[in-house]
Design a protein. Sequence first.
Length: 172
Amino acid sequence: MLHVPSLNPTVSRRRVLVGAAALALLSAPVVACGSSPPPPEVDELVAQLERARSDSQLASDAAAAARGEIAEALSAVASERSAHAQALSDELVRIQRTTASTTSPSEPTSTTAEAAKAPTVGDVIGALKMSAQSAAGLAATSSGYRAGLLGSIAAACTAAYTVALVPPEKPQ
């Protein structure tokens, strides 16, 4: 009969300690990788979110000072930009798997001269132009749902400042 050596060699304390140390060293980079910073698109979407909130507030303030059809159009723009803010917030929650802030950013205190001057339709149009350009630029570098969302926001802002907020021409 042949004698087969044992397949279970004895394990020394030294081997266990060396193995544990090697395991600890190898697992450290894995733990560090698990807490990586958020993807760069998060910052870009947060900027779009803040822009939408700001536009909504600006349009609301301008609507409060306006009269007639333009006040209604400004209110509609404010509502639409508020809906954009909600959609962007939802997308940020999906990306981050955490709750994004749904409160509006704190506004700096204004002086009485600033408070007396209500924003105009021109102010809202200027803000919407910047928002449309910013969203369109970001949509071009995005993909999937995010690109569609940003493209839709850019189109809505463009339609608002080129159609909804431009008074109809009066016949001469």
